[in-house]
Design a protein around this ligand. Structure first.
Ligand code: PLP
Length: 234
């Protein structure tokens, strides 16, 4: 089903509203105009709604399931120079199909999956930007690696196929604003430590969602992953 005009307008307003707010928070917290990229998380919606969001101006599309990412990427094609962002768990048997598209992988949650991505990327003659997923809250329901696991991982990075861009993190389930902000600050500090340790810049911090992106921007997010806010009816 194609979307009606009214819904397209609503999605467009939502998109521009979020982009405007992100710019305002960047100003408020002393961040540069282009410091924060908005990833439109389309895991809740079908391909038509995803396309309407792209029409509104979104160029970075996030999906949490590999199969939905490649289904949508296949249907939408690359005419609009999109970048896809995988933000959920990646299984090794899905790496090959995900890597066919221009993709960032935010959810590297083990050394094994990092090696699998690097190997496949080398095979496809690509270099894939990836983020290491940190579990900062200690929340066992959240995925990601502990600070110690991350330290071990950056001591043995693959040589080719991946560009380690930084960290991805989520605030713990049910965190209040103060706790979420502390966790974002800890993510930034962990990034600084890991950067020192492995000698890579690690410029990117993917953190902040619909409910907590202002705090993430305050603490240095360079990518915010926004879903719910984009699709609500006004
Ligand atoms: C769903 C999801 C988001 C978007 O969350 P909203 O609260 O809907 O904005 C961001 N990051 C990850 C990892 C997600 O799974």
């Amino acid at each position: 089903m194609m979307l009606n005009r009214q819904r397209c307008d609503e999605l467009s307003r939502n998109w521009h509203q979020v982009v405007t707010e992100v710019a305002e928070y960047c100003q408020q917290f002393g961040r540069g105009d282009d410091d924060v990229r908005v990833i439109g998380v389309t895991k809740y919606v079908d391909v038509h709604t995803t396309q309407a969001l792209i029409q509104a101006g979104c160029r970075d599309v996030g999906e949490s399931r590999p199969q939905l990412l490649w289904d949508k990427a296949d249907q939408i094609g690359d005419a609009t120079s999109l970048t896809w962002h995988l933000i959920g768990h990646l299984q090794r048997n899905k790496v090959r199909r995900v890597l066919r598209f221009p993709v960032w992988i935010h959810s590297i949650d083990s050394p094994r999956i990092l090696d699998a991505v690097a190997d496949e990327a080398v095979g496809q003659q690509k270099s894939i930007p990836v983020l290491l997923e940190a579990n900062i809250s200690g929340d066992s329901s959240k995925t990601g690696m502990t600070p110690d696991e991350l330290r071990q991982l950056v001591d043995q990075l693959p040589g080719n196929g991946v560009q380690i861009k930084g960290l991805m993190a989520m605030a713990g389930l049910g965190s209040d604003a103060k706790t979420a902000r502390e966790q974002f600050a800890q993510t930034r500090e962990l990034r600084d430590e890991l950067s020192q340790r492995c000698g890579l810049e690690l410029p990117e911090l993917s953190m902040g969602m619909s409910g907590d992106f202002p705090d993430a921007i305050a603490e240095g997010a360079t990518m915010v992953r926004i879903g719910t806010r984009l699709f609500k009816s006004t």
